[in-house]
Design a protein around this ligand. Sequence first.
Ligand code: FES
Length: 208
Amino acid sequence: MAPRSLNPKASDNISQRLAGQNSPQPRRRGILVGMLAFVVGIFVGIFPLGAGLLTFFDPILKKKEEGGGEDDSAGGQLLRVGLLENIPADGTPVQAPVIANLTDAWNREPNQPIGAVYLRREGDKVVAFNAICPHAGCFIGFDTRRDCFQCPCHMSSFNLDGSRQMPSPSPRDLDMLVVEEDILAKTGEVWVRFQNFYPGTADREPKA
Ligand code: FES
């Protein structure tokens, strides 16, 4: 015989509540709440991640934008290397450092030496040579006694116009650079399209 409850009303309430806990409706509500929290979590996470990625790649994107006009349709980076008035009128070459702002994806280093050029006057014009020897990449000097360019490493010699004195270890003449004549005529400033080339080859091959 089943025991009788002392409070049949309370007993009914408890039974109803227990029945309610096992019903499928609250479980479904729990699943929906869980899914909603998941979706909100994704959105909350995606926006900071996107902003972070944009910040991370921003210098690369900027560099692409900046790099657009600087190089290469005419070959090389357009840089100011001196003044016409500082180059001897008698045709003696002078060496000038090449200074540029170095920029990689995340850093910018202003006014860094990146090479050197020889500048020589020919009347109102200026001729520019890269000061790197095309044989194996040493810096060439200028021999005032012999009036020619001379490489100290393996003794390649070059005439004032950059051509080799034969026989020569160098496989090609000095690397001539483009001088911006319009700027020179208007301002007296010497701007060159500066470029380095791979040594040891008969043909000029620009370095990237
Ligand atoms: S590097 Fe100039 S002669 Fe060899």
